[in-house]
Design a protein around this ligand. Structure first.
Ligand SMILES: [Zn+2]
Length: 441
């Protein structure tokens, strides 16, 4: 396959990103084999996609989400983090069934693919159903079956077994262990998780130090920060994806630095603003400690979209504000975070995240011709600050076209939407009472 005459976003490991005009991207099976300047000779490839006027960017990675929560979009608004969990989300999640999770995950996959998101790093219940939706839709996913210590040994064992099964399921599916958080999973269970992760080669995806209040509570109750908990239980040594980390203290950075080759942090700033969580992720400190940081949306029950473009923009804006420095988190820094940084979240640094030979052919073609992007003095600025999800025209995952001319090729969108609409009310119903967990970090 060939993508012909396309502009290509080039993201080096360091220094300035750039956009190379008039390139041909050659693809064989699931991989990019070469990128060459476009010539006038006619291509002999079996399939040719005309990239004229489009920019090829690495398929976006949603580095932390709970995809089926799209079913709760808009159902938990204007609440504190405590009430969001205790009055809405955990009572609603009493209603989870395999079918409802699968229907939500299909909607999520449709939303993400149409926006150029080619990989999502998920953390949720009934993860086998999410895998089924991901496989059907053609997207790539890393799935962590969620568990709390309150589920007991049987519940935890079942989640761990699901991780094992998912890891053998499909080339586009990887699996991680998914303890919920340092405040909902005991140190003993985290230790056991870390032992399994090391023995069987899994990564651990969990929430930790989400707010500074959580860090302070951990210090008050246990005398250690959440990051210290992750170190002493072996989670960092096994390899971890830490969701949020807004409460990471400067003293935690030397700890994280020791595990920087196998640890990443996912930042989802729209959520921090909306729940008034205080500080956003200390990306500057993490970067100087060598810890990769990716961009995510978290679940749509708080983020309202799974739009990674929106998340990328929020990262740039909130980081400038956090550091009181408009020269920090430049266009190149932001694009590097959103591509190479996010690829590190599921541990796929060598596979995805850049458009270059040898990588998986996960590519989004973006049209910058709409009024909100014009005129384009710097396409990198358009990609960070003005592009919309609906500007994505064509999407490839593992060399397969999954979105063509803004249409899904793998699923019937009308059916996906109708199924979600017919079941959505069953998920947000609070009449049963009870909750799957209580938020009291
Ligand atoms: Zn989360």
């Amino acid at each position: 396959m060939l993508i012909r005459n396309v502009a290509v976003l080039v993201v080096p490991e360091q220094g300035e990103c750039r956009v190379d005009e008039a390139q041909d991207i050659h693809i064989q099976d699931d991989r990019i084999t070469a990128i060459t300047p476009t010539t006038t000779s006619s291509p002999t490839d079996e399939e040719v996609i005309d990239g004229t006027g489009l920019v090829a960017v690495p398929g976006l990675v949603n580095s932390h989400t709970h995809s089926p929560m799209v079913m709760m979009r808009g159902a938990a608004e204007d609440l504190s983090i405590e009430d969001w969990f205790n009055q809405r989300i955990w009572p609603m999640e009493v209603n989870l069934t395999p079918e409802r999770v699968r229907v939500g995950a299909r909607l999520a996959c449709a939303e993400m693919l149409l926006a150029g998101v080619t990989t999502f790093v998920d953390h949720y219940f009934h993860a086998d159903q999410i895998a089924a939706a991901a496989i059907e839709s053609g997207i790539r996913a890393d799935l962590a079956p969620t568990y709390f210590s309150s589920a007991g040994a049987d519940g935890i064992n079942a989640a761990v077994d699901t991780t094992r099964e998912l890891s053998r399921l499909h080339p586009r599916i990887t699996a991680s262990l998914g303890p919920h958080a340092t405040y909902t999973v005991t140190d003993d269970d985290l230790k056991r998780t870390a032992d399994i992760a090391r023995a069987e080669g899994f990564r651990i995806h969990l929430h930790a130090a989400e707010t500074d209040d959580q860090t302070q509570a951990s210090l008050d109750n246990h005398g250690v920060t959440p990051v210290q908990v992750l170190e002493r239980t072996g989670v960092l040594d096994a390899g971890a994806l830490i969701a949020h980390g807004c409460g990471i203290r400067p003293g935690d950075l030397p700890i994280l630095e020791r595990y920087a080759d196998r640890t990443a942090v996912a930042s989802c700033p729209k959520v921090y603003l909306k729940l008034a969580m205080g500080e956003v992720t200390p990306i500057k400190g993490l970067r100087s400690a060598g810890v990769p940081v990716g961009v995510g949306t978290d679940g749509a029950a708080v983020h309202n979209t799974l739009d990674v473009w929106e998340a990328i923009r929020m990262v740039a804006l909130t980081q400038k504000q956090r550091e009181h420095d408009a020269e920090w988190m430049t266009l190149s820094d932001t694009l590097r975070l959103a591509t190479r940084g996010s690829a590190a979240a599921p541990g796929l640094t060598d596979q995805i995240g850049v458009v270059e030979p040898g990588r998986q052919a996960d590519i989004a073609l973006v049209d910058l011709s709409a009024p909100h992007n014009q005129p384009v003095h710097d396409p990198r600025a358009a990609l960070v600050y003005s592009v919309r999800a609906s500007d994505v025209v064509t999407v490839l995952v593992a060399g397969k076209v999954v979105v063509r001319d803004r249409q899904l090729t793998t699923m019937d969108l009308a059916e996906v939407l109708a199924d979600a609409k017919s079941l959505a009310h069953t998920l947000v119903d609070l009449s049963k009472g009870g909750a799957i967990q209580h938020y009291a970090p």
